[in-house]
Design a protein around this ligand. Structure first.
Ligand SMILES: *Cc1c(COP(=O)(O)O)cnc(C)c1O
Ligand code: SF4
Length: 351
């Protein structure tokens, strides 16, 4: 089963009525960027207000932001073949679906997700699979899009089968926001299909504790019960989750749903999404408030994806003062620590 069109709001007029905002606002944004919200998330957002609404409500600020590039990570130039991004030596992103259950207003791929520029066809996928097959250094394939769980179970199974049949591919990852945006898409049938392709990892995308509803937690449980390790890639978003208490609650609720917070991303320099960016100081200050105070299991890597395609770098706050014969540093409570930066005996006894 794919996704039922009736569970999505795609008509700008209906969306403006349901969100109680002017039709002109939705129509103006819709003329430039795709607009869509799942009925499930729309209801949730109306209950919880700004932090959820901001993620899906079309905003004219999207149209006023023209200084930043449409493709900040230079993904188009890192595509050896359409539907594939090859940036790191041993892993690729395979784009299998052009659309999502809801279009997040801050999406890094908003230049193409949900548009005709994101064509994914069986022929193009075959080309991408051939590239992976001919590049044995690729050990890790991230299936993404758009949202892969927008595809029917049958189509998904076919794609997973093609990837799994490449002997040099060691692990498969799927990136999806479906447990957040349309949790009922996660069925026991889907889980039974997925578990045939282990080792398979799934990275989810939750940004706010209110998104961890009973339905969302049930979706996570179905996947976790299929033996699939679950991670979460959260985006740090201004006015949505840019505070330590909000993120602490999100990360604990994720852990309780058996989801390990994996990344907290500094927002990319994406055209049409600049109003979501916080300063890096804000992110580092939040990480300082969390590290040591809360379970290490709840701490993701705060990371920045380099503009221009240089890859992700950790943005962890700096605790080290000096690294000479002694390493001096500050602890999470603000006291000083020292550790000798030497080895004993000086010559390696195993050499
Ligand atoms: C983020 C990303 C990956 C995966 O990076 P990890 O740090 O291994 O999670 C791979 N390819 C591209 C193009 C990416 O943007
Ligand atoms: S679910 Fe992911 S790919 Fe889809 S619009 Fe949101 S951020 Fe973009």
């Amino acid at each position: 089963m794919g996704v039922l069109a009736s569970s999505l709001v795609t008509d700008p007029r209906e969306l403006s009525q349901l969100l109680d905002i002017p039709y002109e606002q939705v129509a103006a944004v819709h003329a430039r960027y795709p607009v869509r919200v799942s009925r499930y998330y729309l209801e949730l957002a109306k209950q919880h207000g700004t932090p959820l609404l901001k993620q899906i409500m079309p905003d004219v600020l999207e149209l006023e932001d023209n200084a930043t590039p449409p493709d900040p990570l230079d993904e188009e130039n890192l595509s050896p073949t359409p539907c594939l991004i090859h940036k790191y030596p041993d892993r690729v992103v395979l784009l299998v679906s052009k659309d999502c259950a809801s279009y997040c207003r801050f999406c890094t791929r908003k230049r193409k997700v949900g548009t005709g520029d994101m064509a994914v066809s069986p022929g193009l996928l075959d080309q991408a699979i051939a590239y992976i097959r001919n590049t044995p250094a690729i050990a890790d394939v991230l299936i993404s899009g758009g949202d892969p769980f927008m595809l029917s179970d049958q189509r998904l199974e076919h794609i997973l089968h093609m990837v799994r049949s490449i002997p040099t591919v060691r692990i498969i990852r799927i990136g999806t926001r479906m447990p957040c945006m349309m949790p009922l898409r996660i069925t026991s049938t889907l889980a039974a299909l997925l578990r045939k392709f282990h080792p398979l990892f799934i990275n989810l995308h939750f940004n706010h504790p209110a998104e961890l509803t009973a339905e969302a937690r049930a979706a996570c449980a179905i996947l976790a019960d299929a033996g699939i390790p679950l991670g979460c890639q959260t985006v740090l978003l201004r006015g949505v989750n840019d505070s330590a208490p909000v993120l602490q609650e999100l990360f604990y609720r994720l852990l309780a749903a058996r989801v390990k917070p994996y990344y907290l991303f500094q927002a990319d320099l994406t055209r049409g999404a600049s109003h979501f960016r916080t300063s890096i100081d804000t992110g580092q200050e939040i990480m300082r408030q969390l590290i040591g105070q809360v379970s290490g299991m709840a701490i993701p890597t705060y990371a920045l994806d380099t503009p221009g395609g240089g890859g992700k770098i950790p943005l962890a706050p700096n605790y080290v003062h000096r690294l000479e014969e002694n390493c001096t540093f500050t602890t999470y409570t603000g006291t000083n620590g020292v550790y000798p930066n030497t080895v004993w005996p000086e010559n390696d006894p195993n050499a």
